[in-house]
Structure formats: C-alpha cells, structure tokens
Design a protein. Structure first.
Length: 237
C-alpha cells in the first residue's frame, strides 16, 4: 500500500470532529504551562490523567476499525513495547541506563503500564501515515523523529531520568539528550511493530490506519515541540 493511499484511507478531506480540538488546546496549554517554574508543577501534575485518557480515547474512537486480528497485533505491540522497557530499565542494555519517574502513573517492575500504550499509539500513527508492507523502515524513521522531539521535554520534566547523556556539544545537546543507542533501539522496535501491524490477511493488512491515533499523536508532538523550543531557550536551566 503506498503513501498516497494512506491519506485517502484516513479521509483527511473530511472535517475533524469539533470535540477532537480539545486535544490541541489541552496540549498547548500544558506545554506553555510547563515552561514556567511558577506553573510547571500544576500542569505537570495532569500528565498521567491526560495521557491515560488520551490513550483510551484513541482506542475507543478507533474501535470500529479494529478486528480481532488487529487486536491481536495491538496487544503484541503492547507486549513488545512494555517488555522492552522493562528489560531496558532492569539492564540498561537496550536504550541505555534510565529510570522512570512518577509522572506516568503507577509502575509495574519499574515501568508504567501506560508506556506500552504510548508505544502502540506512536507506532500506529506512523503506520497510519505510511502503512506500507515493504517499507516499514520509513515509518520507523518517523518514530525515531518523534522520539527526538519528545525526549528533551520529557527528560527535563522528569518523565524519566537518563543516567548518562551523549557528549555531542552545543547546540545539539539540547536535542539529543539520550544515549545514541536509545534512538537506534526505537528504530528497531518500531520497525518490528510496524511489520506486525502491516501483516497481511487475505491480501489486506490486519491493522487499519487510525485517524484519531494520528491526530492525537500530532497534538502530543505539539506539546513536546513547545517544551523542546523552551529547552533551546533555556526554560529548564
């Protein structure tokens, strides 16, 4: 399936439902609020409720597109994402040494279960933009790009803490805040998940593109983009 087919399948020509626009409002407010020390604690306190609600919202609004085979693929991707994070926290060998803070909610074996859902949504969004069965590497690069955008803000706010950072010098140190192996691991894991989502059954991929996953991910990246800009401007110094 080629990229131009994606946009037709997502029906981007149709208007976005009005109530969906609450997400960019929420994320822009959260991003701007996170830049100021006087409001940061207040806005950061909503991280788990917002991201948890958002993940469930994506699944709910996409439910009519999810067949039993698609649910299997989504669960497989969740397990891969969560297990990779668990092994990563336990060993430091996959992404580099890091620990999760408390902002993403309760933790199981040191990893918030929510992080598995976030993996699914980010990969699903990339898959929705390019649901190709033989060019999953393009979507994987897109997921790595997403990680580049979210890492600086998430690290600065304490979503997780890296025990070592790459020494690459300014100004790139404000962008690449995680060990380089982290970005390589994201690319490999995303490629595997994208291949699972693109698995063919009777000539069709078992997972359909999700309009809400794409829209929600774009809003989330807007939030982290604001934090990234603030990081460059010294908001977290």
């Amino acid at each position: 399936m080629e990229g131009n087919t994606t946009w037709r399948s997502l029906d981007w020509g149709k208007s976005i439902p009005n109530f969906w626009w609450v997400w960019p409002v929420v994320f822009v407010a959260g991003g701007l609020g996170g830049l100021s020390e006087s409001t940061r604690d207040f806005f950061v306190g909503f991280t788990f409720p917002v991201l948890g609600t958002g993940a469930l919202w994506v699944l709910w609004t996409s439910r009519h597109q999810i067949s039993s085979g698609a649910w299997t693929a989504i669960v497989m991707c969740y397990i891969i994402g969560f297990t990779s994070e668990w092994l990563g926290v336990a060993t430091g060998l996959i992404f580099g040494p890091y620990v999760y803070g408390s902002l993403l909610g309760p933790k199981l074996w040191g990893v918030p279960p929510l992080i598995g859902l976030n993996w699914v949504i980010l990969v699903w969004a990339a898959y929705s933009v390019w649901p190709s069965t033989n060019r999953a590497w393009i979507g994987a690069l897109g997921v790595v790009f997403m990680d580049l955008i979210l890492e600086p803000g998430a690290t600065a706010l304490g979503f997780w803490t890296w025990r070592q950072s790459p020494e690459i010098g300014d100004p790139w140190s404000n962008l690449v805040v995680a060990p380089l192996q982290n970005y390589a691991a994201w690319g490999v894991l995303a490629w595997v998940m994208l291949r699972i989502m693109a698995w063919q059954n009777n000539g069709k991929s078992i997972v359909m593109p999700s309009r809400s996953a794409t829209f929600y991910t774009a809003c989330m990246l807007l939030y982290f983009g604001i934090l990234l800009l603030g990081n460059f401007l010294g908001a977290f110094n």
